[in-house]
Design a protein around this ligand. Structure first.
Ligand SMILES: NC(=O)C1=CN([C@@H]2O[C@H](COP(=O)(O)OP(=O)(O)OC[C@H]3O[C@@H](n4cnc5c(N)ncnc54)[C@H](O)[C@@H]3O)[C@@H](O)[C@H]2O)C=CC1
Ligand SMILES: O=C(O)[C@H]1O[C@H](OP(=O)(O)OP(=O)(O)OC[C@H]2O[C@@H](n3ccc(=O)[nH]c3=O)[C@H](O)[C@@H]2O)[C@H](O)[C@@H](O)[C@@H]1O
Length: 466
């Protein structure tokens, strides 16, 4: 029986390994993590991440051919193929701070493999890493005498909220390896795992560097589309055009396509910004300053989009939000996840806290502790001070009642079902809605009496002052 281990039981390691175990009953899969509490959660009925459909799959295979363990060394020793899906955040300090990827966790994992493995392994780079990481890891392994080990790049393209569908029917599986006999054999072994359910023509093999670069480029292109449509939303607001109509008309061109053209308060998530900055750093270190600047604008546009949204709220509420109650609907970076990493909601709150607004937050999936931790990390005041201004509510109605304004930061479907007539009765007048996701029925809201701001849509007269 082939044995697979995965170092890193996070948003990627957990779901990808669950899918491999589910689709390959003949393979034994063990997911490893240094965090014992995370492993305990994976072994419980309260998984550490929320992902639609994940629990159902885990329940079918956990204890049969899927195992979660904090015994990292033992897991490494037993496996034939070792995926590494540890976090690779943006460096906070030192050379390349604010741009380069922090590869500390990756290198620690690789060194652990080098020191405890006793039989040949195929090491699979699942985390998103800069080009040449596989080469560096090979050097670490070879220096430890592990010359028979192979290192492959196999970036992950799943999106949170749709991970199970993405893993079940991936657009492609990308495997990068060295073009020598050992590399080709390793790539074939990994391809045969995916071939249990992915059509062969969707399994691409490339050289290692193309594979590593493709992941950064894919995320940069996706984010670039969001920043492009957000840039267009600013033109729409000035001109009276409607961004959804423009996106539809443009997206019907088969060369452009309709996806990733939804204007928003700004993209979030743990990877878009991180991976673009990583690409920017790579370009700069290669002396490609102009290429770096080109990609950097994708992130700068996104920062501006978040700022513009908050400023709309402040200007709309007659240039002061001090002591006004603002209901913030949604805290996750997108719907169907409890993940808040780089969520636009965090920046919105930071600015509103600075203005001393009273914020009432509601999100159906984000843990309260996570919200407090996110706000503490961006506000330069003690948590008790933040808690004087922010409350976390257990329903949208509770958050909205008696508010001066409602701001939508995440496109949760349940927000479309809110009884806005009932909400309106309780709110201060004029009552404002700032729809940062364009998910609400704006015509119906205006009929009730709301002053509505929607991204990239013609402005209500009361808001058309800036
Ligand atoms: N979150 C996502 O949707 C996607 C993430 N990626 C990439 O996948 C990688 C992982 O991302 P996430 O799963 O979101 O991260 P995460 O932070 O959710 O999980 C990483 C896990 O690795 C563990 N870990 C770190 N060092 C370790 C070590 N030496 N030994 C054992 N465990 C260790 C941590 O405790 C943590 O549980 C990143 O490079 C990311 O860019 C790629 C595609 C999608
Ligand atoms: O490397 C990663 O981590 C992953 O990053 C993204 O996945 P994810 O961040 O989970 O979610 P997306 O659906 O891409 O959304 C990212 C952000 O862009 C926003 N977005 C997306 C699409 C759109 O049209 N408009 C828009 O504002 C979303 O609301 C969200 O805040 C990519 O879609 C995945 O392919 C990739 O594997």
């Amino acid at each position: 029986m082939v044995k697979i281990a995965c170092i890193g039981a996070g948003y990627v390691g957990g779901p990808t390994m669950a899918m491999i175990a589910y689709k390959c009953p003949d393979i034994r899969v063990t997911v490893l993590d240094i965090s014992s509490s995370r492993i305990a959660a994976w072994n419980s009925n309260n998984l550490p991440i929320y992902e639609p459909g994940l629990m159902e799959i885990v329940e079918q295979v956990r204890g049969k051919n899927l195992f979660f363990s904090d015994q990292v060394d033992q897991g490494i020793q037993e496996a034939d193929i070792i995926f590494v899906a540890v976090n690779t955040p943006t460096k906070k300090l030192g050379l390349g701070a604010g741009r380069a990827a922090d590869l500390t966790f990756w290198e620690l994992a690789a060194r652990r493999i080098a020191s405890v493995a006793t039989t040949p392994k195929i090491v699979v780079e699942k985390s998103t890493v800069p080009i040449k990481t596989a080469e560096a890891i090979s050097s670490v392994l070879h220096a430890a005498g592990k010359t028979s080990f192979s290192v492959l790049s196999n970036p992950e393209f799943l999106a949170e909220g749709t991970a199970i569908t993405d893993l079940t029917m991936p657009d492609r599986v990308l495997i990068g390896g060295t073009m020598d006999e050992k590399g080709i054999k390793a790539a074939q072994a990994l391809a045969s795992v995916y071939a249990h359910w992915v059509p062969r023509e969707r399994i691409l093999t490339t050289n290692v560097w193309s594979s590593e670069l493709s992941k950064l480029v894919a995320n940069s292109f996706l984010a670039q589309r969001v920043s492009s449509i957000n840039a267009v939303s600013a033109i729409c607001e000035k001109s009276g055009a409607d961004v959804d109509e423009v996106a539809r008309a443009v997206g019907m061109d088969s060369r452009i396509g309709p996806k990733f053209l939804k204007a928003s308060v700004g993209f979030g998530g743990s990877c878009f910004q991180k991976d673009i900055l990583n690409l920017v750093y790579l370009c700069e270190s290669m002396g490609l300053a102009d290429v770096a600047e080109y990609f950097h604008w994708v992130v700068k546009m996104n920062d501006l989009q978040k700022q513009k949204f908050v400023e709309r709220i402040i200007h709309g509420l007659f240039n002061t939000v001090t002591s006004k109650k603002i209901a913030l609907l949604g805290f996750a970076f997108k719907k169907d996840t409890g993940d808040t990493r780089e969520s636009a909601a965090i920046e919105i709150c930071r600015r509103l806290i600075e203005e001393k607004a009273q914020i009432a937050i509601y999100d159906p999936k984000v843990e309260h502790e996570q919200i407090w931790s996110d706000l503490s990390s961006v506000c330069p005041v003690e948590l008790v001070e933040i808690q004087k201004l922010v409350t976390i509510c257990s329903s949208a109605l509770e958050a909205c009642s008696n508010a001066h304004a409602i701001a939508v930061a995440t496109e949760w479907d349940e927000f479309k079902m809110i009884d806005f007539e009932k909400v309106y009765e309780t709110m201060s007048k004029p009552s404002f809605i700032f729809d940062g996701r364009n998910v609400l029925d704006h015509a119906a809201l205006r009929k009730i009496g709301f002053v509505v701001y929607a991204i990239g849509k013609p402005l209500d007269p009361m808001l058309n002052v800036v």
